[in-house]
Ligand binder design. Structure first.
Ligand SMILES: Nc1ncnc2c1ncn2[C@@H]1O[C@H](COP(=O)(O)OP(=O)(O)OP(=O)(O)O)[C@@H](O)[C@H]1O
Ligand SMILES: O=C(CO)[C@H](O)[C@H](O)COP(=O)(O)O
Length: 400
């Protein structure tokens, strides 16, 4: 398992302050400056160059790609498959982010799985040792040669080179399955889509876009269910944030998957993440914002916020049931939310309007995905600030 070492140019250390005694003579100062310059050329250590790693877990067809588009757009620019590489690559590269799909760590290809009678969700169909080793390399600033699972052919293609990015996002079925991989994550998200909604999304996509029959979609969901319950669903316990997507409670007995009740479960006491709150932190609040400032048609919109326990963790939950009629009026809701990690007033609304055409833009799925994108940007900035403070301290120790 070869990795090639990547050295981070020392120019990234610009801004290091130099301490100088007022009693030093000019000659001494010059000598010391030359010495400092020499020291500054030393490559920074692996710990300082560490990539921030984010995990996004969900079953197939549960909105990971849509979430990725919202998340990566927070960092600006576009993301594209590696230039000149395999056209069937699952990787997306931007200036700040690289998204890799954990399907690339399938150890059994489509034919191998059929022969062995296992689904792609089963651990025996995945190479967790390689996943761990390569993610560890990337986190430490070392490039890797990652395999590619080709969804068109069902085969494992020859590997592609992945350079360590500033932010690495690993998305797929199992980012939280292996405890060694979990430890490498700086933040993790689980998309928990209820069976009814998953069925509605999957049938819409697979029938309209892929020409599958209703029967074959039902059979595929049923065939995966046992392994989903055993190996994918339990990961939500370990996630720092969970987005739960449920049928609405505003219309009794509705399970059509059109109007959604979406809950964002946010762990308390994380080092770089402060949960978003509505009105008053720690209180329990129900809010119907419909009226003069927010247009709502039937069945309306209802928010809930409050503390809860999720598995054995203390969490805050923000919930939205219903959908927006006029997306620009979201600013009214945004102005009642705090800790959203925006850089300016109205940034959540701006982001939502920018991607108004993405699925879920008129409901809590889009809203909470957007907020988590902004929170991840903030987490990244906090980690950078801490690292540059540490590097500065190490530098000044090296001078004296
Ligand atoms: N928030 C949403 N609201 C409504 N539909 C959605 C939402 N998110 C995703 N969908 C629909 O679900 C389908 C799957 O979405 P997406 O491709 O983002 O999922 P995925 O997890 O990346 O799937 P896969 O792993 O199979 O590639 C799409 O057809 C999309 O329109
Ligand atoms: O659960 C999945 C994650 O995307 C896929 O079904 C799995 O990767 C196998 O892919 P394919 O069905 O193309 O062989």
């Amino acid at each position: 398992m070869a990795c090639s070492k990547v050295l981070i140019p020392t120019s990234s250390l610009s801004g290091v302050r130099e301490k100088r005694s007022p009693l030093q003579s000019e000659g001494k100062q010059r000598k010391q400056q030359q010495g400092n310059l020499y020291k500054r050329r030393k490559p920074i250590t692996a710990a300082e160059s560490q990539t921030v790693v984010i995990g996004l877990a969900a079953d197939s067809g549960c909105g990971k790609s849509t979430f990725m588009r919202r998340l990566t757009s927070v960092f600006g620019g576009t993301t594209e498959p590696p230039k000149g590489g395999n056209p069937d690559s699952n990787t997306l590269i931007g200036d700040t982010t690289t998204v890799i799909c954990l399907d690339d760590y399938h150890s059994l290809d489509r034919f191998g799985r059929k022969e062995n009678g296992v689904t792609a969700l089963h651990p025996t169909a995945n190479n967790f040792d390689l996943m761990y080793h390569q993610l560890k390399c990337l986190k430490e600033g070392i490039a890797v040669e990652k395999p590619i699972y080709n969804h068109l052919t069902g085969l494992i293609d020859s590997p592609e080179r992945i350079e360590p990015p500033k932010i690495l996002i690993i998305e797929g079925l199992h980012p939280l399955f292996d405890p060694r991989v979990r430890k490498l994550l700086d933040f993790s998200i689980y998309l928990d889509i209820s069976d009814d909604v998953k069925f509605a999304w999957k049938t819409q996509r697979d029938m309209e876009e892929r020409g599958h029959s209703l029967e074959s979609i039902k059979a595929s969901i049923a065939a995966r269910k046992v392994d989903f319950d055993a190996y994918v669903d339990p990961q939500k316990e370990f996630a720092d944030a969970v987005i739960q997507v449920l049928p609405t409670q505003l219309i009794p007995e509705d399970n059509g998957g059109k109007i959604l009740r979406v809950r964002m479960v946010m762990k308390e006491e994380l080092q770089y993440f402060e949960p978003v709150y509505l009105f008053d932190e720690g209180s329990t609040i129900e809010w119907i914002p419909c009226g003069r400032k927010l247009t709502c048609s039937y069945p309306g919109i209802k928010f809930y916020y409050g503390p809860e326990t999720y598995f054995s963790s203390e969490v805050s939950v923000l919930e939205m049931d219903g959908q927006f009629d006029k997306l620009e009026e979201l600013i009214y809701v945004e102005s009642h939310l705090s800790n959203t990690s925006t850089k300016f007033y109205g940034e959540v609304t701006q982001q939502m309007l920018r991607h108004a055409g993405f699925p879920g833009s008129n409901n809590g799925t889009g809203l909470f995905q957007t907020i988590l994108g902004l929170k991840i940007r903030d987490l990244y900035n906090q980690i950078q600030m801490e690292k540059s403070g540490k590097a500065e301290r190490e530098m000044s120790r090296a001078y004296y």
